[in-house]
Design a protein around this ligand. Structure first.
Ligand code: C6P
Length: 400
């Protein structure tokens, strides 16, 4: 699908065609996104919200159009609920820090899940250390599905926030986040969704989900690195203390007292990555043009095909067998170390990720050091999955 838009894929690695299956780490960028960056730096580059001069105003206008593009993409109610950050990690740290400093006190509980990326664990642990809060964890079963009965048990009057991933970057599980949000809201507890692995694979509607915060990165959805989004409901953002102090986030500064700017600027201290925002806007247009449903259906076809092919390899075990899965397959073969497989298939031109994928608690759950992870995007093909299959069979023969 639209493979011709990604010229990076046309290269040879070790004299073999590149088969790029590390899309959960970062996707490649279509030419229109690269052109948008080039256009910004050759035609527009200027700081925003500051200058009266033409270029500054143009850059500001384009930046705010991009915010509106994001608003529509996730169906936020207001454009000022869209905060630009450096990525999902930055977005989650923002919420943990600002929400935490505003609302959390000693003995309060934060509920996350066992399948979270470290970016949705460690910021909450900082809070626990600083504020004396308690981190609680919703377990998952051996298929990689959250045990929702346990969630009910873990919600207590002390729970102040629930933070779970929409899609697991290691297991591929698409979590029933709408249900999680409903359950938490019955107790008036806000919910943060880590959407880093979801936005480019399924339709996200933050009003329909009714989530309180939704965090994601641009670079996993065909946009440049260094740009991300934190969506937050107005009612929370208005109450929360700012994240970072600096230019743009203030109304008035004196040495005696500083007052803060309105949303969204209160949470956007300093010069943002304006060019990358232009790239994000074009990436969203690109996804919209193809249609997120078409992307989801095509990737699902790839996932089914890859699951069938890889499962036929004797001794290969797939981690994450939930009925609802995004196009991510994690696997091991017997006791072979995943990085040995990754190193051999790399020499055959296949790019996958090996290791713990920044989800060490998932590895602990299964008692393994890591997995080999193949993750697919709209430009991958069944022929590439055949190449993966053949390379894995070859690695197995060499390593067993
Ligand atoms: N996962 C992966 O290979 P950043 O690095 O800020 O763009 O995204 C962090 C992040 C947060 N949540 C989830 C579910 C993620 O998958 C990631 C990034 C990459 O799986 C890099 S570790």
């Amino acid at each position: 699908m639209n493979r011709e838009d990604f010229s990076i894929l046309n290269q040879q690695i070790y004299k073999r065609p590149l088969v790029y299956l590390d899309n959960a780490a970062t996707t490649q960028k279509p030419q229109v996104v690269i052109d948008a960056l080039n256009n910004y730096y050759t035609q527009i580059n200027s700081n925003i919200h500051r200058g009266v001069h033409y270029l500054s105003q143009k850059a500001t206008d384009e930046f705010e159009i991009a915010r509106e593009t994001v608003r529509q993409f996730i169906n936020a109610k207001h454009h000022y609920e869209v905060i630009f950050t450096r990525g999902a990690t930055d977005s989650i740290n923002l919420v943990a820090s600002s929400f935490g400093r505003t609302f959390l006190h000693e003995g309060d509980e934060i509920l996350i899940s066992e399948m979270e990326h470290h970016a949705n664990i460690v910021p909450w642990q900082f809070l626990c250390e600083e504020r004396g809060c308690i981190l609680k964890v919703i377990p998952f079963d051996d298929n990689g599905e959250l045990i929702l009965d346990k969630l009910n048990e873990l919600l207590t009057p002390k729970t102040k926030i629930v933070a779970v991933s929409h899609v697991s970057n290691t297991l591929g599980t698409i979590n029933p986040v709408k249900k999680v949000i409903e359950m938490a809201h019955q107790h008036h507890i806000p919910v943060l969704i880590d959407g880093a692995q979801a936005v480019s694979h399924c339709k996200v509607d933050v009003q329909d989900l009714d989530c309180d915060f939704y965090c994601f990165s641009g670079h996993k959805m065909y946009a440049p690195m260094g740009i991300g989004v934190m969506y937050g409901k107005e009612e929370w953002l208005n109450q929360m203390k700012p994240y970072q102090g600096g230019g743009e986030m203030i109304k008035q500064v004196t040495f005696a007292k500083t007052t803060y700017n309105d949303l969204p600027f209160k949470f956007e201290a300093g010069t943002p990555s304006v060019g990358d925002v232009m790239g994000l806007r074009v990436a969203i247009d690109y996804i919209n043009h193809i249609g997120i449903e078409n992307i989801a259906n095509y990737e699902h076809e790839l996932l089914s095909y890859a699951t069938e092919r890889l499962s036929s390899i004797q001794g290969l075990k797939i981690y994450g067998t939930s009925a609802q899965k995004a196009a991510i397959i994690s696997f091991n073969i017997g006791n072979i170390h995943p990085s040995d497989i990754g190193t051999i298939i790399d020499k055959l031109g296949i790019a996958v990720r090996t290791g713990h994928h920044c989800t060490q608690p998932i590895m602990d759950h299964f008692g393994i050091p890591g997995t080999v992870r193949a993750s697919f995007a709209l430009y991958n093909t069944k022929e590439e999955i055949d190449s993966l299959y053949e390379a894995v069979v070859r690695a197995k023969m060499m390593l067993e």
